[in-house]
Design a protein around this ligand. Structure first.
Ligand code: GDP
Length: 503
């Protein structure tokens, strides 16, 4: 058994961001093959899964066994232990995905080489780039006709604003794929059974020369801060370029990082004191046990099963005895874990998203996870008035889990729920029915621009049909503006009132 220091040095914790269909699942599957976790490709994603089922927690109910949608996958490769965190990839955003990106040390960005950067990749990249963590780019599907590699690389800079540093370069694509040229070893990695097209090799060599003359210099510091992305080409489907990618990734991707607390103290992974934060709460992963699991990213110290920790928010003492870690095939009961690892703590309602837990005397509080300004709103009511109790309980728990955001009308008890993506409403409705046995009805109030107002500046008369006054779950006042025009109109009318937006 490696000692603690070595273990944490060898951890690599990352998420894959991509637009749906770019190949995230296929690449994950190849990585699991490399880790010896699965033996055959083609077992990862349930075929014909519907839109809702592809959201992580529901897919688990439907499909036991291996699933990349099981939130966290862990495997070993060449002396490194790799934790991949799932970021459910829908056209639609969920806040879950954003929050998961707060728990990783680096990100792999998978882009379809025939399509280039697509909208969801861009949105997720923007979240990641605010954290300044390393981003590795994998242009996938070069076994199909791809766009010119120079254009693809150029897009990284023009669309995402990140400098690119190609580690290898495609020589042809599709039918005439010759291989990838390893720019550092200065040699071609040939594609199996390729028939030689020398004009394509010449063309690629010209491009490579251009890159060497005019490309960005290699800069480890920029890589570490997410200002320069190492670029790889390959095909996840035919497992070409994946090994090369994984090797380099493991060389350059960072080990678990230190974190800063709200009072500006640095918590180093090597610190003896155990600490971590909850970035996700997931209910009912196993339909036979109506359990909730709080996902904790370990920041410092060693986790030992049965240890006592304090929940920073309320000082409550908790014993971490029922804790799982996530291997690809099953959830295992975990004995020890180190920084960079994700543990799943069975939760009976103690945890909230963003909570810090720690052992020992010195109090630790990590910053809140970002909350996102919802853009879509629905008034919600229970169809059956007799079910008020489960209705309130369901809403309370799902809000705690961060499934949706809750608001109330200012002068009444009406519930208004907000989300950043439509899918969140569907998930909410499904879960209210299936877990709390309450049918709910939405009265859409459409998309709104939400802005927080300081309580001392609030005058209820400011509210009108174009800016609905509500309170958030902490009873803070919020205006839901009909649109940007209504917001501008408000600014003109009340120039001294400051309105605040979340992330
Ligand atoms: P995800 O939505 O990003 O998880 O994408 P998937 O991994 O499910 O892939 C979407 C589709 O693209 C599937 O039909 C895959 O078989 C296909 N695909 C993935 N990688 C490749 C690749 O490298 N080459 C080709 N030709 N198809 C691929």
């Amino acid at each position: 058994m490696e000692n603690f220091q070595e273990q944490l040095k060898n951890r690599r914790t990352f998420a894959i961001i991509s637009h749906p269909d770019a190949g995230k699942t296929t690449l994950t599957e190849q990585l699991l093959l490399h880790g010896g976790v699965i033996r055959e490709a083609g077992t990862v994603k349930g075929r014909g899964s519907n839109k809702l089922a592809s959201s992580d927690w529901m897919a688990i109910e439907q499909q036991r066994g291996i699933s990349v949608t099981s939130s966290v996958l862990q495997f070993d490769y060449e002396g490194k232990r790799i934790n991949i965190l799932d970021t459910p990839g829908h056209e639609d955003f969920s806040e879950d995905t954003y929050r998961t990106l707060m728990a990783v040390d680096s990100v792999v960005m998978v882009i379809d080489a025939a399509k280039g950067i697509e909208p969801q990749t861009k949105k997720l990249f923007e979240i990641v780039s605010q954290r300044g963590i390393p981003v590795f780019t994998f242009f996938n599907k070069i076994d199909r006709d791809a766009r010119p590699a120079l254009d693809l690389v150029d897009e990284l800079e023009t669309v995402l604003g990140i400098q690119a540093y190609p580690m290898n370069w495609p020589v042809g694509s599709g039918q005439v794929l010759q291989g990838i040229y390893d720019l550092r070893a200065d040699q071609l990695v040939p594609f199996k059974n390729a028939t030689t097209h020398s004009e394509i090799v010449d063309e690629a060599m010209d491009e490579i020369e251009l890159l060497r003359d005019a490309g960005n210099p290699f800069d480890e510091d920029k890589i570490a801060h997410g200002q320069l992305t190492q670029v790889f080409f390959g095909s996840a489907l035919v497992n070409f370029g994946v090994t090369e990618f994984l090797r380099e990734y493991l060389t350059y991707a960072p080990a678990p990082a230190a974190m800063t607390t709200v009072d500006d103290k640095t918590i180093n992974p090597e610190d003896a004191q155990f600490s971590g934060f909850v970035f996700k709460i997931q209910a009912n992963m196993d339909p036979r046990h109506r359990d909730r699991i709080a996902f904790v990213r370990i920041v410092s110290g060693e986790f030992n099963r049965g240890m006592d920790v304090l929940l920073q928010r309320n000082g409550k003492k908790l014993k971490l005895s029922n804790v799982t870690q996530f291997m690809a095939e099953e959830r295992e009961n975990v004995q020890t874990a180190v920084p960079g690892d994700i543990i799943g703590v069975y939760d009976t309602g103690n945890f909230q998203i963003g909570d810090t837990i720690y052992s020992g005397k010195k109090s630790i509080q990590f910053p809140d996870l970002p909350t996102f300004t919802p853009e879509l709103f629905n008034r919600v009511v229970a169809k059956d008035v007799m079910k008020q109790k489960s209705y309130h309980k369901g809403i309370e728990q799902l809000v705690q889990e961060g499934t949706i955001q809750l608001y109330k009308s200012w002068n009444g008890g009406d519930y208004i729920i907000g989300a950043v993506g439509q899918l969140q409403f569907e998930v909410f409705q499904f879960r209210m029915e299936n877990e709390y046995n309450v049918e709910i009805q939405f009265e859409p109030i459409g998309s709104k621009v939400a802005r927080w107002i300081k309580p001392e500046q609030l005058d209820e008369k400011m509210s009108s049909s174009r800016n609905l006054l509500v309170k958030d779950r902490y009873d803070e006042p919020v205006f839901l503006f009909e649109n940007k025009f209504a917001l501008n109109w408000f600014h003109d009318k009340y120039p001294d009132v400051e309105l605040e937006e979340k992330m």
